[in-house]
Each structure stands twice: as structure tokens, then as C-alpha cells.
Design a protein around this ligand. Sequence first.
Ligand code: NAP
Ligand code: G4F
Length: 322
Amino acid sequence: MTKAFITGINGQDGSYLAEHLLSLGYEVGGLVRRSSVAENQTYRINPIESKLKTYYGDLIDQNSLADAFRHFKPDLIFNLAAQSHVRLSFDMPGFTAQVNAVGALNVFTAAKENCEGARIYQASSSEMFGTSVDPDNYQRETTPMHPVSPYGCSKLYAYSIARNFRRAYGLHISNGILFNHESPRRGTNFVTAKVVKGALDIKYKKEKFLELGNLDSYRDWGHSYDYTKAMIKLLEYSEPLDIVISTGKAHSVKDLCKVVFSKLGMDYEEHIKINPKFLRPQELPYLQGDSTKAKQILGWEPEFTFETLVEDMIMHFEASYK
Ligand code: NAP
Ligand code: G4F
């Protein structure tokens, strides 16, 4: 196994994954969409760009995937590309389904026809569980899936068609069911990066308040650096698997605000305003993952805790204020 191809290579996870794979000696290729502002689009992979082979393409253009696969000849394919924002999936459910559901089908079909023997990783999500929680307050591989967003529904289709292609055609496709993971490279319209950046704006007197939506939902937040290592362990494992990756600890959005503001010497209650614009038509109230299977089978353990994740993000974002 020497060549790895990543769709969504310039995203948060794609950039960490590419770095890990290069450090392990893999040749790394990836798919990049056409954008009118090319400079910003690839900022996360600019430091390693000379070591990568990138291809222009799009998940909804199956020919572009087939061409890239035929040319690069990957042994491993990581399908990370997606419209990954849950609230925005309510604004554009059709586009979200095209990219996340039909797009994943396009990746599997192009791989089936052009990359015999390749192992495929599908970026599945804890959002697929929706309102479903086991009686012990965890979600795990056996927990029923009842998604509550167009994003969750699109990811459930991709998860299901991956399992179908595995059984029907013998493809080696694994689903990584990842709980929320963040980093200094997280897009600033996700809540962790928004809170860190918003608190810094207040500390450095650029803003007085931060507007958020629902503060009462709980998420199991880990670090993308750790979770992208789990993706590689999953594809290096001999059998295709569906596996949960999580820290096993849930925190509310309110907890997150409390920790971030207090680390910066402030009281969050004096600075947070609720703006209904950031509420969702249906909320997913509680996520907490049990990753026992990943620990036992893959030997995966996260290095970052919630505290060190928050500190890493603050340190990164604060550097641009000084
Ligand atoms: P991200 O930062 O939003 O990255 C998404 C990537 O997909 C970007 O490179 C984006 O390119 C690309 N992309 C979007 N639409 C595309 C299309 N039609 N064709 C080709 N590329 C397209 O997301 P992430 O946090 O790295 O997440 C990686 C994957 O894991 C996603 O599938 C996400 O749904 C899933 N996931 C994430 C989490 C999490 O907490 N981060 C948890 C579970 C699952 P542009 O930059 O050009 O838009
Ligand atoms: O940071 P979020 O937008 O992440 P969300 O919706 O949990 O989705 C992320 O994790 C999924 C895995 O479970 C991934 F599959 C998905 O791709 C993405 O990476 O929101 C987290 C929580 C939500 O309950 C939201 O309602 O924060 C709440 N929130 C409160 N105010 C807010 C805001 N979220 C955002 N983005 N912006 C707010 O102002």
C-alpha cells in the first residue's frame, strides 16, 4: 500500500490526513474543486503542496473522479469531500444530498470501475444518530440511526451504500463514524472556532458581544489531528469495518463558552447574545460516543483532551491578534 488519494484534501481533515500520510511514506494525491479565489481555498495544504499531486474535480462529476483515479492509481481512497455544515444543509438540502450522498456513490462507482483492490474510507458522521441514544447515554456502532438534518440524512445514504457495495461487490469500504472534531484549521462558522475567534475579538476590543444559537446542545469534541490518524489505522486494518471514533466525553455549547472565555480572563455571560438566526429547524441535542471498538481493534487512543483542544485553538487564533 503506497498511494493514497483524498477527496476534500484542502479541508480541515484532508490537510491533517495528507500530512500524516506523507510522514508515513505514502505518495499522496487529492481532489480540489475549482474556486474563483484559488489562494484562500488551499491555504491549509499550501505548506505541503509541492509534495502532493492534486487534480481538479468535483464529487458530482463522476468523470473527474474516474480520470483522477485512472491517472493516480490509488491503493487507498479517503472520501472526505462534503458539504459539511449541518445548519447550512437546511438551506440547501438538494445540494447537500447531491454532494454527500450521490457524490459518495460516484466515488465508490469510480473506484469499483478503475481501482481494483483499493481500500476506501467513507467519512461517516455521528450526525447520522440524530436523536437516538443508548440507555447508558452513549452512541456506538449498534445504536439505531435517526438523523434529524438534511446533512445527517445524506450521510446515512452514503454510509448505507458503502455497506451495500461492500457486501454486493466485495469492495473494501470502511465507514469511520466520527464524532465532532475540531482544530486550529476548523472553519470559523463551526461553533468551536466561532467561540474562540469571537472571544478573542472581544478580548482585543474589536467586538463587545458574540451572537450564537442553541447553547444547550451537547457534543463530544475531539481533535482532527487525532481523528485523521484513526482514519489511516482503519484502512490499514485487514478487514473493512464500521467504527466509532470519539473521546467519550460530552460538553454543552455553554460549557465550551465558559471554558474559552475564562481561559481569556472573561465571563461568557457578559458577552453572549442569542440570535435566532443561528438556531436550526431541528436540533440534535446530545452526542457522546463510545469508541471501545476502535481502541480494542485498531489500538487507537486520542492524545488531545477537550481542555488541550481548546488551548490549541486559542493559541493558534490569538497569534494573529498580537
Ligand atoms: P471541511 O473542512 O468542510 O472540508 C470539506 C472538504 O470537501 C473541502 O476540501 C471542500 O472543498 C470539499 N468539497 C466540498 N464539496 C465538494 C465537492 N462537491 N466536490 C469536491 N470537493 C468538495 O470538512 P472536515 O471537517 O474536514 O470534514 C471532512 C469530512 O468528514 C466531511 O465529509 C465531513 O462531513 C465529515 N465529518 C466531519 C466531522 C467533523 O466534526 N469535522 C465529523 C464527522 C464527519 P472546498 O474547500 O473547496 O469547499
Ligand atoms: O459546530 P457545529 O456547527 O457542528 P455540528 O452541527 O455538530 O456538525 C459538525 O459535527 C458533525 C459530527 O457530529 C459533522 F458531521 C459535521 O460535518 C460538523 O463537522 O454545531 C455544534 C452545536 C450545534 O448544536 C449548534 O446548534 O453548536 C450549536 N451552535 C450554537 N450556536 C452553533 C452556534 N453552531 C454553529 N455552527 N454556529 C452557532 O452560532
